[in-house]
Design a protein around this ligand. Structure first.
Ligand code: KIV
Length: 279
């Protein structure tokens, strides 16, 4: 595996139809998870606003602030990963004005992100153009955009009608022309994922968007069985780390309560006679 840091231009080139290997992106929100994900050899670490549900205990991503995102991006960056660190711009950080959006994107870069991601279609064109003019690479995010949960009336698969799919395709083309270096395509029928991938010259990274995308992303906690409740259909669990962790902590509790922990080997010992001097 190459040890060269992953940079935006090499991600932009990774179209499967041009022979590029599929891109692998996984979320991480802190230094230990970033180290695990990076040692596994992923291409991109997404410091997603899904930190809301997976770490901060919220029901949706609307509660995450710029301070939260900057803190988590900085924690991931301190792990010094080889993978590209992608900082997610949270809700309301790019909705009020173009200037504020550029300033917030720069805050994530100064925290350690090599690029930023933001959600939405054509309405985001002015913001995307301005952030790119400030020399900050932008990844788009189309389809099921969790920051639109209220407008969508829940977390629902998008692009199911011909009109909705055409609008999504049109947005992808416009944002790609504006300079987005890649896109997350989330929660759309597989044929829509395939059509967007075919229509644009930059990579698509799917999550619940079928196998034709140029790469795939999963959330760390979903992939490892650390999430709560039943995961969505598109999640494949590769381990049950949550169950293993609970079993380990229950074993520790049992050892403490039964006096088996700590053992003599797990205790410090003073010089001979110290005990007698204290008696
Ligand atoms: O925040 C996140 O985890 C995301 C993924 C769902 C792509 O945006």
């Amino acid at each position: 595996m190459s040890t060269k840091p992953v940079a935006v231009p090499s991600v932009r080139e990774r179209k499967r139809h041009r022979g590029g290997e599929p891109l692998v992106m996984v979320t991480a929100y802190d230094a230990p998870s970033a180290r695990i994900v990076d040692e596994a050899g992923v291409d991109i670490i997404l410091v997603g606003d899904s930190v809301a549900n997976n770490v901060l205990g919220y029901e949706d991503t609307l509660h995450v602030t710029m301070d939260d995102m900057a803190r988590h991006v900085a924690a991931v960056a301190r792990a010094k990963p080889r993978a590209l660190v992608l900082g997610d711009l949270p809700w309301m950080s790019y909705h009020l004005s173009v200037d504020e959006a550029v300033r917030n994107a720069a805050t994530l870069v100064r925290a350690g992100a090599g690029a930023v991601k933001l959600e939405g279609g054509r309405a985001r064109l002015p913001v995307v153009e301005a952030i790119i003019r400030a020399e900050i690479p932008v990844m788009g995010h189309l389809g099921l955009t969790p920051q639109s949960v209220l407008a969508m009336g829940g977390f629902r698969v998008q692009g199911k009608s011909a009109d909705a799919a055409a609008a999504l395709l049109d947005a992808a083309k416009a944002l790609a022309a504006a300079g987005c270096f890649a896109f997350v395509i989330e929660g759309v029928p597989d044929v829509v994922g395939a059509a967007v991938t075919e229509a644009i010259d930059v990579p698509t990274i799917g999550i619940g968007a079928g196998p034709a995308c140029d790469g795939q992303v999963l959330v760390f906690h979903d992939l490892l069985g650390l999430g709560k409740g039943t995961p969505p259909k598109f999640v494949r669990r590769y381990a049950e780390v949550g169950r293993i962790a609970t079993e380990a902590i229950a074993a520790f509790a049992e050892d403490v309560r039964s006096g088996r922990f700590p053992s003599d080997d797990e205790s410090y010992h003073g010089p001979a006679g110290l005990g007698d001097a204290l008696a």
